[in-house]
Design a protein around this ligand. Structure first.
Ligand SMILES: Nc1ncnc2c1ncn2[C@@H]1O[C@H](COP(=O)(O)OP(=O)(O)OP(=O)(O)O)[C@@H](O)[C@H]1O
Ligand SMILES: [Mg+2]
Length: 249
């Protein structure tokens, strides 16, 4: 494991009362890698991502963002990541442009750079002219686009995205996938949760499958397929997560 990987999670555990939502999870996103974060509903993906983003406290374990410990240097660690939550957190009374400007200022990005990046991101994601309208007038997909632009405005070493394609139209989904690929090509890291296994199959360099809070498999698609070279990621996923399903209490 490299100390400067965009993301390093070691033995992370997070409980809600008596429920252990994330149980001893180890996960790394290396430079230039897009890692798909998969798992059935309730597996613990959102909880893991929120802990990494600094929004929830870990009960045990360590999270390191591009060399900065989330526990010991939280500000530095958080400045090195961008988070796209499953439900966008935005200010309705601002326009997308103003919101991204606000987030850029929080991260000390020079204003001229923010404007340039905001314009590029809105153009590519297809928010266009609406970027100057109040967020309260936006559709679900438009909110998602504003949320993505805000997460990437400071060009962080790590992007964490929680089901970012939900609600995006096909053109915007393609634009986002291209953006993530370009980030990876520049050596940055991406961890993206998704239920769209065909997307994971094509977009991700590696996948991590979480089930009941634990990592039950990880690797490239070829590694997960093992001997069954014709299997799709869907076949592998359903097989890995069904055996346990039958054992469920
Ligand atoms: N705020 C909370 N309080 C109590 N339990 C919670 C809370 N948030 C999540 N949980 C529980 O923690 C477990 C993991 O939830 P989480 O949202 O992390 O799963 P997920 O993998 O993101 O699922 P999905 O695919 O449905 O988004 C679930 O059992 C869920 O009920
Ligand atoms: Mg979730």
């Amino acid at each position: 494991m490299s100390a400067t990987s965009p993301l390093r999670i070691v033995a992370l555990t997070r409980r809600y009362g008596r429920l252990t939502a994330v149980d001893q999870v180890d996960l790394e996103v290396r430079n230039g890698e897009i890692v798909g974060f998969l798992g059935p509903n309730g597996a613990g993906k959102t909880t893991t991502l929120k802990v990494c983003a600094g929004l929830l406290k870990a009960d045990q374990g360590q999270v390191t963002i591009a060399g900065a410990s989330l526990e010991r240097e939280p500000r530095r660690a958080r400045s090195r990541l961008g988070f796209v939550p499953d439900r966008p957190f935005l200010y309705d009374r601002l326009s997308a442009f103003e919101f991204v400007e606000f987030v850029g200022a929080l991260y000390d990005v020079p204003a001229a750079r923010v404007w340039e990046r905001a314009e590029q991101l809105f153009e590519r994601l297809g928010l266009g002219a609406a970027a100057n309208d109040r967020i309260e007038t936006y559709s679900h997909g438009m909110r998602q686009k504003a949320s993505v632009a805000a997460a990437l405005v400071h060009d962080p070493p790590l992007a964490l995205l929680d089901e970012p394609l939900t609600g995006l139209d096909p053109r915007a989904a393609r634009a986002l996938k291209d953006l993530l690929r370009e980030r990876a090509a520049r050596g940055l890291g991406v961890l993206v949760s998704t239920h769209l296994l065909e997307v994971a199959e094509r977009l991700c360099d590696r996948v991590v499958i979480l089930h009941r809070g634990r990592v039950i498999a990880q690797g490239t698609l070829d590694e997960l397929r093992g001997a069954r070279s014709q299997a799709s990621l869907e076949d592998v996923f359903l097989e890995l997560t069904s055996a346990d399903e039958r054992d469920a209490p």
